[in-house]
Design a protein around this ligand. Structure first.
Ligand code: HEM
Length: 537
């Protein structure tokens, strides 16, 4: 196929017409092929996917910003991909583009205001204190003579995230941490890693072929053995039914007591649909509410579980970081002996924990749970660059793209870019956040991200709606776990493999990816209480 991109853009030679370079992308670690090609060909380059499809890859901050900000109008989801999403989430927020997206986003936003999200802190805190109490029981029963208990924390973190979404989205206590089975848990467990990690060459080709099926025919792909389709549509069916039953119940509750204060997303959504926006925007139908609750599960379950796992892995392998974090936690929250977190603590306390915030920012920078975004140009455009490209004909400051061009915004590449983060961009260093003031980031390093200039949550009109939710949730999980337990990796030489399952970054073990997602820790109760330098709040 003839390239629509300028000839001065460089890139790797395709290995074959059928696969191009796609096998390297899918079978190496998340962002690894991009890092290699970025250093060989520059921040912006092109590569061939399957069947000669050409991708423009952006690691340049301003180029990234331009595309994410142009989402829903100038840069959209591929039609076939949207149809696929319709099968998975229904016509929810991730699926929507254009005015349909703007309307849904407006109706859903009351569930994501900073004040409402902050009010969820005690709920997150009581969920994680249930995990802490389960782990403490296991330590009592199963720890070795040195007090350490070995645990693959990943499974537990899935349960924890499930409880947190259950309590905040539906106002429901699943009992997953206490061993109760639930259809939602079965439906969502390891959903992405089971179906998208380490794809076979056949599924890489089938996935690429799906992008060439006319959108009107995509619903027939349900019949094809496409990766993950079965579990994904089953997960959609289960969560849809669950949301329906709960909504019926919620309406009865709200009708009986109009004074009920908003405690979960469902209540907020039912209310937002009924009153606030009635005259301005078509209210949200029940079907849309179900689709969006399913969307929240798909978008918020794996991402939060993986990010919490990465945070614990980094804290376990950086002992000085763990010690510093523990001291701060005890200073602000008190030690476990002083205070039980079961009743929760206020989100304001997180403002008094700059080191915890630094660990969170660094985890989100270093391990973007969605390592890249795939878009299609809806019209011809010019993409501005932070770093001009030198060509034989002079310096180029914008790149022309034609309608239909496939574009990859490399969040992981940008988050680890030396151009933005300096020469130590490739190392995990929470301290960087205590030194630099994000407000002073120069324009040419700004990527349009909503938080700490990270590409992790995307940007523009489709920026992750759950970003405040995710940060609050994960910070509270990490705080409660590190305050209570000393963490080590299960073996000092345990080697992380960041699996790049399609677009998600998943922690696995190098050389043992067949084991699936892993967060293998040795934990024990904190041995020596530290002296507090301040009274806990
Ligand atoms: C660390 C955790 C998370 C990460 C890294 C993450 C990342 C992302 C990214 C990269 C996008 C696409 C943004 C773009 O296109 O510019 C996105 C979209 C979205 N996320 Fe998240 N997310 C996380 C947690 C959550 C949570 C907890 C929820 C819900 C409670 C959520 C709900 C959504 C939704 C609904 C969208 C679609 C927004 C739209 O299309 O308007 N996410 N997320």
């Amino acid at each position: 196929k003839k390239s629509n991109l300028p000839s001065y853009l460089r890139g790797p030679r395709p290995k074959s017409w059928l696969f191009g370079n796609q096998v390297e992308v899918f079978l190496s670690q998340a962002g690894e092929a991009n890092r290699r090609w970025k250093s060989a060909y520059g921040l912006v380059y092109k590569y061939k996917g399957c069947f000669g499809d050409e991708y423009l890859v952006l690691n340049d901050a301003n180029a990234f910003q331009h595309v994410v900000k142009g989402q829903t109008t100038k840069y959209v989801l591929d039609n076939a991909l949207r149809e696929f999403l319709r099968l998975v989430t229904g016509e929810g927020l991730i699926w929507a583009d254009g005015t349909a997206h703007a309307r849904q986003r407006r109706l859903l936003s009351p569930a994501f205001t900073p004040v409402f999200i902050k009010s969820l802190a005690p709920t997150f805190s009581s969920c994680v204190s249930r995990l802490v109490s389960q782990w403490s029981k296991r330590i009592d029963a199963e720890a070795g003579p040195d007090g350490y208990w070995k645990v693959d924390a990943y499974n537990w973190l899935e349960l924890l995230t499930m409880e947190a979404i259950g309590s905040t989205a539906f106002g429901v206590h699943f009992g997953a941490l206490e061993g109760q089975e639930h259809p939602l848990r079965t439906a969502y467990t390891k959903l992405i890693s089971n179906n998208y990690s380490r794809p076979t060459k056949l599924s890489i080709a089938l996935g690429a072929a799906a992008l060439h099926i006319p959108a009107s025919l995509v619903h027939h792909v349900q019949m094809l053995p496409l990766p993950g389709l079965h579990q994904l549509s089953e997960a959609k069916r289960v969560s849809r039914k669950w949301a329906h039953d709960l909504m019926v119940q919620k309406r009865i509750e709200l009708a009986a007591d109009s004074q009920v204060t908003d405690r979960d997303f469902l209540t907020v959504l039912v209310r937002a649909g009924e009153k606030n926006e009635k005259d301005k925007v078509d209210k949200m139908s029940d079907e849309e509410i179900y689709n969006n609750l399913t969307t929240f599960f798909i978008a918020g379950y794996d991402t939060a579980t993986n990010t919490t796992s990465f945070a614990l892995i980094e804290v376990a392998r950086h002992k000085e970081c763990q010690e510093k974090l523990y001291r701060e936690l005890v200073d602000v929250l008190g030690s476990p002996a002083d205070r039980d977190l079961a009743d929760g603590f206020s989100a304001d306390l997180l403002d008094r924990m700059p080191y915890l915030q630094a660990v969170m920012k660094e985890t989100l920078r270093y391990h973007a749970a969605i390592h890249s975004g795939l878009f299609k140009a809806a019209q011809d455009d010019f993409i501005p660059l932070s770093q001009p490209i030198e060509t034989p004909d002079g310096r180029v400051k914008t790149i022309p793209v034609k309608a239909g061009q496939r574009i990859i915004c490399a969040a992981d590449g940008l988050n680890r870019s030396e151009e933005v983060w300096g020469p130590l961009a490739g190392t995990f260093q929470p301290e960087r956040w205590l030194r630099s003031d994000p407000v002073t980031i120069p324009l040419d390093k700004q990527c349009g991200g909503v938080y700490a200039n990270l590409g992790t949550f995307g940007g523009g009109p489709k920026v992750c709606i759950g970003w405040r939710f995710a940060i609050l949730e994960i910070s509270i999980f990490v705080a409660a776990i590190v305050r209570e337990f000393e963490l080590d990796l299960v073996h000092p030489d345990w080697d992380l493999w960041r699996d790049g399952s399609f677009i998600g970054t998943i922690p696995m073990e190098n050389g043992h990816v067949e084991l699936g997602p892993q967060c293998p820790l040795r934990i024990r109760r904190r041995q020596t209480p530290v002296q507090r330098t301040a009274s806990p709040a």
